[in-house]
Design a protein around this ligand. Structure first.
Ligand code: GSH
Length: 253
């Protein structure tokens, strides 16, 4: 009897388990992120320009400033300024106009914020910034008033505007506490007018607003506010006021 030939028991051949072949993951090649080139088109006396400069300085943002003569606007400026006004911010090839928009943009592209985090508080700051623009119109009315009667009326308007501010100010230094915000910068540029008006005469505009007075003094110390204008700003403003041929001009000796 022949024994059946035993076939050697073959282990099933294990194919090595094939992992799906992965393509090496290609990371998008990171170009070094270039900061946009910023150029602020400015005017030496413009308070709206100063708002943008203060934001640039507070946020330490590299930029260039180009000053133009608004009485003789260059063609290149007319071609890129939809409202014919400064400030303009050139961002590489793009152009932004309106100081509020420019300040918000600069605030957003950099770390930290010069606005409160809370939406309601932030909206309130924006309201009082708008109020600041309204005060600037009153200031223009004040230095352009042709006679004593209209001058007194403008003086009264300014006094009542600051009574509103008195009621809205915090008790802790800056507008809404101990942190400097865009709204503080806006009023820093407004108070700068009064430094020159005070050199002409005491018009008593802050007589009943002790908190505003203190705030004004604090803002005078802020380097960004100090450096938002050239050193000859006060002298330039005085010459500008003299040229108004207004009631105030006549008070300048
Ligand atoms: N709402 C504008 C106001 C800017 C503005 O009035 N700028 C003035 C100079 S302070 C200006 O350029 N005026 C044009 C002109 O005088 O022709 C802003 O906030 O940027």
């Amino acid at each position: 009897m022949s024994t059946p030939k035993l076939e050697p028991k073959l282990e099933p051949k294990l194919e090595p388990k094939l992992e799906p072949k992965l393509e090496p993951k290609l990371e998008p090649k990171l170009e070094p992120k270039l900061e946009p080139k910023l150029e602020l088109v400015s005017h030496l006396l413009c308070p709206y320009v100063q708002r943008a400069v203060i934001t640039l300085l507070e946020k330490n943002i590299p930029h260039e400033r180009t000053y133009i003569d608004l009485a003789n606007k260059p063609d290149w400026f007319r071609q890129i300024s939809p409202l014919g006004k400064v400030p303009l911010l050139k961002v590489d090839e793009e152009v932004l106009f309106e100081s509020a928009v420019i300040c918000e943009y600069l605030n957003e592209i950099t770390p930290g914020s010069l606005h409160p985090a809370d939406p309601l508080q932030r909206a309130k700051h924006r309201s009082w910034i708008e109020f600041g623009s309204n005060i600037l119109n009153n200031i223009a009315g004040f230095y352009n008033a042709p006679d004593q009667e209209s001058f007194e009326q403008k003086r009264h308007e300014l006094t009542s505007k600051f009574l509103w501010i008195e009621q809205s100010l915090s008790d802790q230094g800056y507008f809404s506490g101990n942190r400097f915000s865009i709204v503080d910068g806006v009023y820093g540029t407004i108070f700068r007018y009064f430094d020159v008006f005070d050199s002409i005469k005491d018009f008593g505009i802050f007589s009943n607003t002790p908190k505003v007075k203190e705030w004004r003094q604090l803002l005078q110390l802020r380097p960004s506010i100090q450096h938002a204008v050239t050193e000859d700003y006060a002298q330039r403003l005085l010459v500008f006021l003299q040229q108004r041929q207004s009631y105030l001009s006549m008070l300048i000796e």
